[in-house]
Design a protein. Structure first.
Length: 273
């Protein structure tokens, strides 16, 4: 993967923050979703490592792609959970070779620092962190002064380490504004109000085909769920008809087969007997 390309670099994303430009970001899982995001001019994509390959990088076009490195039991790399700094570093280098631009890592400070020290652009996580959910439950984080202080301390620690950006998830808007304006981190807001540097949503929410609970911050722009269900049902019916025709001998019909002239077939039989 060449380092020479037209998509943004980390320095470009940081410049957008400095200029207070609005940044759009989507979580995608398929090449079709990535290609649609690229065609729409979305700035940043989040793609989990298990979905990222050369085809996804190609589909993502000029989008800046953040690769999600699986945390603990939340996924695996090469069949094993990431545990040590070396594990994370190996995974980041693997995805970098495929064209990743930055790497989501919710592991410990020392692991994040190891990645940063090896010049890997790291995206951390502040607020509601799914992989730490046992400690908070599914709720907004930072609604009390004590929790807001902890978010501030977390952000400053990440800044000291040299982390590039952070997903800022379900944090009160005024707290998010303070964190965004008072740290160098590019704040990728998901349910963090209008003041975050980026607005980040899941494609399944934007397109209305999510099977999971739609979060408060989610917004449906197209209701594709019924259409996708209709297409799946049509696909199933087509498969059923195919199977039935195979069973009955209707398929393949003569027009689906290649013929051979009688004299050529007779010659073939004479040659092999």
């Amino acid at each position: 993967m060449s380092m020479y390309h037209n998509r943004p670099h980390v320095s470009d994303i940081r410049s957008m923050k400095k200029r207070r430009e609005k940044i759009s970001m989507l979580y995608v899982t398929t090449p079709d979703e990535a290609a649609a995001a690229s065609a729409a001019g979305i700035h940043m994509l989040s793609i989990e490592g298990r979905f990222f390959n050369a085809a996804m990088r190609e589909a993502a076009g000029d989008c800046f792609v953040q690769i999600g490195l699986p945390y603990g039991g939340w996924g695996s790399f090469n069949g094993q959970a990431l545990a040590t700094a070396e594990d994370y570093l190996r995974a980041a280098y693997h995805y970098a070779a495929l064209g990743g631009d930055a790497y989501y890592c919710a592991a410990s400070y020392d692991i994040q620092k190891t990645l940063v020290d090896n010049h890997i652009p790291v995206v951390a996580h502040i607020g509601l962190i799914p992989s730490y959910i046992s400690w908070t439950g599914w709720r907004a984080v930072g609604k009390t002064s004590e929790e807001a202080v902890q978010l501030w301390k977390h952000a400053k620690r990440l800044e000291e380490i040299g982390v590039f950006a952070a997903e800022l998830e379900v944090v009160p808007d005024r707290v998010a504004k303070f964190l965004t304006e008072n740290t160098s981190l590019v704040m990728l807001g998901m349910g963090a109000g209008q003041y975050a540097d980026a607005q980040y949503l899941f494609t399944e929410d934007v397109c209305g085909y999510g099977k999971n609970h739609k979060p408060r911050h989610g917004k449906i722009y197209r209701h594709l769920g019924p259409e996708l269900e209709r297409l799946q049902n049509e696909r199933i019916e087509a498969f059923k008809e195919f199977k039935a025709e195979v069973n009955s001998g209707i398929y393949p019909a003569p027009e689906h087969s290649v013929s051979i002239k009688d004299d050529e077939f007779d010659a073939f039989l004479a040659a092999v007997k």
